[in-house]
Design a protein around this ligand. Structure first.
Ligand code: NOJ
Ligand code: CA
Length: 685
């Protein structure tokens, strides 16, 4: 505080001329950030990598509702610095250990005239990215802050290509990615991923979205983007009382697409775990009374095709118990699906089952078989109704041993029902401040009952799983379900886009593992079977669905074995190759054994990739169980053509992966007990 006052006095004496750029570099001097003001006293920041501009000078500031903007006539002063180098553990995740190493710079931004209102901007500079956020200290001249718009800019310093999703459209986050020159981006959601002409990769997103509205990016002109916050109920985008902080604005910056995925920036910028011991959450797989509904073989609503019957649930439980699958999802078990539930949800009960679903019997049977029921709470985006019932619902589920609940908020954008700050019902965007608060209330209530949540039609993921490790997965993009419906599904390149865009946010409940390729969609499921298996490794989630009807697994036990084997919790993860929208190979190490798994996927083009096995322990031999595209495999003509074979390998080997058009490959590497490399001498130096 004293420092702040001193700086302020200095500023007032010396005026804006004092504003020489304030600079901070990352620990290994890879990235640097400069903060300064222009001739009109507008604060800005710029980012460079090895001295080459990544973000050209970009403005900082706010438009306020019914108050003068915080923009011109500002002075910038350094208020403090600190460095952190620590390592923390994820209770579950892609990596066990996460290193958090950054240099921090805090600058004060103060009006040189008028009310002398002020905020700080805190920059955390990592070698692989930058996060910055606004912090508003308490001040009598600025108590309630009604944000009309953030004036934060991102001026992309170099030409290149962008992968982006349209923002503010009716289908929320569920669009295919556009791939355009940067200058042709429109209104984009985040993360937006960019590759500059010189090969540098950049992703713009946010971290720790709490009590604020979600940020999108509006291209103003050329390569200049501006934050476009989501409208909240009332006249502001977000309303807060000082003191408060905004979410972090994040820039992941790497040489390669894989480098973006391996950055821990988003997790590191979130607060540590607030829930304490969360060992009650057990990562794992689940099957479900689900795909049949999407194929229209069964219905959520009551009637002759009702899917969620006691007998059907018990059949799925038997299957799960016999195949090392931990959970069974049952959708359509509860009352409320018979009317207009989409976007209304006004009939849903989250505690009362349909008469043909005996919830006590089903959960009891599941327990007796060592399987758990996965609950389902579709709200039709009626968040207000859900909030009035969720406490009772979670208490019931806890009693019945339901440890995981999939929630859903199906409605068009801006049609979610909330109770506003005025105590009245309103319609809201899924990424409004009102809904951001709602999703968090659900997570906190569920945590009190030791329930993990998988949110469909969610607010985007900004790394809050670090703080609330029971927020285990979300949808938030086009999942497999699009391949079931009548409209065109996800093209073969979709998953190669997802890994380097949506998956930068965190776990996705994509629901891989479909073998029945004929669906209501004209292209069916546009991948090969080998690619369906590879997706378990490529698209991370601590809970992975085996999405298909169990009949299709019973009929194909050999390929299904990979789904049985593949873990959902990892101690290490590496992207060994990949280009956004083209192909990717990911390897992950099981948390509970010395096994490694590999998943490799391609878009509509067949490819031959070589992968060095240097990630395996040196000096050990491994059995590689390989699930690869067969010689005739092709997503259009022969999706099920697959070769399953075994070979012995060591860390000194290089594998050649042949991926068919729309194809993939999945491999499990298991150490051979006592197995020494055959040509060990050759590998020693
Ligand atoms: C959309 C979800 O993504 C899907 O998984 C679910 O089955 C339906 N809503 C019904 O809740
Ligand atoms: Ca959905």
């Amino acid at each position: 505080m004293l420092f702040r006052l001193l700086s302020l006095v200095l500023l007032l004496v010396a005026g804006p001329a004092l504003a020489a750029p304030v600079r901070v570099a990352s620990p290994d001097n890879v990235l640097s950030v400069e903060v300064t003001t222009d001739g009109d006293g507008r604060a800005s920041y710029a980012v460079a990598r090895f001295g080459k501009p990544v973000i050209a000078p970009s403005k900082l500031g706010f438009l306020l509702v019914d108050a003068p903007k915080l923009d011109r006539n500002m002075a910038v002063a350094e208020l403090g610095r600190r460095s952190v180098d620590e390592t923390w553990q994820q209770p579950w995740g892609e990596w066990r250990e996460i290193r958090n190493r950054f240099n921090e710079l805090r600058v004060g931004v103060t009006e040189t005239g008028g009310l002398k209102r002020h905020f700080d901007v805190v920059f955390r500079v990592y070698d692989d990215g930058v996060g910055f956020r606004y912090e508003f200290p308490q001040q009598p001249q600025l108590t309630t802050v009604k944000v009309g718009e953030e004036l934060t800019e991102f001026v992309l310093a170099q030409p290149g290509e962008a992968w982006w999703n349209t923002a503010f459209e009716w289908d929320r986050e569920e669009y295919l990615y556009n791939r355009t020159p940067i200058e042709q981006v429109g209104l984009a959601q985040t993360p937006m991923t960019v590759r500059y002409a010189d090969g540098l990769h950049l992703a713009i997103h946010e971290a720790a979205l709490v009590d604020y509205s979600g940020m999108n990016l509006a291209r103003v002109e050329g390569r200049r983007f501006k934050a476009a916050l989501t409208q909240s109920v009332g006249d502001a985008k977000a309303t807060r009382t000082t003191p408060f902080t905004t979410p972090w604005r994040t820039l992941q910056i790497a040489d390669s697409a894989g480098g973006l995925y391996q950055s821990h920036l988003i997790l590191n910028l979130n607060e540590p775990n607030k829930l304490g011991d969360v060992s009650w959450f057990k990562p794992g797989k689940f099957v479900g009374i689900w795909w049949d509904m999407h194929l229209d073989n069964k219905t959520w609503n009551s009637g002759p095709k009702h899917g969620a019957t006691t007998a059907e649930a018990m059949r799925y439980i038997d299957f799960a118990a016999a195949h090392h699958i931990q959970g069974v999802l049952v959708e359509g078990w509860n009352k409320g699906w018979d009317g207009e539930w989409f976007g209304h949800g006004s009939d849903f009960s989250f505690t009362e089952a349909y008469p043909d679903f005996d919830i006590e019997k089903v959960t009891g049977y599941a327990r007796s078989k060592g399987v758990r029921l996965v609950g389902h709470n579709e709200t039709g985006a009626n968040a207000a109704r859900y909030e009035s019932q969720m406490e009772a619902a979670f208490a019931l589920y806890e009693k019945l041993g339901i440890e995981q609940v999939k929630t859903g908020y199906v409605s068009d954008a801006a049609q979610a029902q909330v109770i506003g700050a005025d105590g009245k019902p309103h319609l809201a965007w899924h990424e409004s401040q009102d809904m951001v608060r709602h999703y968090q209330r659900v997570i906190e209530a569920a945590a009190r009952h030791h329930i993990a949540i998988d949110t469909h039609e969610p607010v985007k993921d900004t790394g809050l799983r670090r703080t609330y490790p029971n927020w285990v997965a979300r949808e938030g993009s086009r999942g497999q379900e699009y391949n079931a419906w009548g409209s065109p599904g996800n093209p073969p390149e979709h998953e190669t886009n997802l890994l380097f865009t949506r998956m930068l946010e965190g776990p996705m409940d994509f629901t891989p593992g479909v073998f029945g390729m004929k669906t209501r969609s004209p292209d069916g499921v546009p991948t090969t079977w080998a690619k369906q298996l590879a997706l378990y490794v490529v698209l991370y989630s601590p809970i992975q669905m085996a999405a298909d009807r169990i009949e299709n697994y019973e009929a194909n036990p050999k390929p299904f074995k990979f789904i049985e084997d593949v873990p959902t919790d990892w101690s290490d993860t590496r992207v060994v190759n990949g280009e956004v929208g083209d192909y990717a190979t990911v390897v992950r190490k099981d948390r509970r054994s010395d096994d490694w798994y590999l998943g490799s996927i391609t878009d509509e083009f067949g490819r031959v990739l070589t992968v060095r096995l240097g990630f395996l322990d040196p000096g050990r031999r491994y059995r590689a169980e390989i699930y690869r595209d067969g010689p005739a495999a092709d997503w259009k003509t022969a999706p099920s053509d697959m070769v399953i074979e075994q070979r012995e390998v060591s860390s000194a080997d290089t594998l050649t992966l042949r991926l068919a058009a729309g194809g993939g490959q999945a491999i499990r590497f298991t150490p051979i007990p006592g197995g020494k490399p055959q040509r060990e001498a050759d590998h020693r130096h």
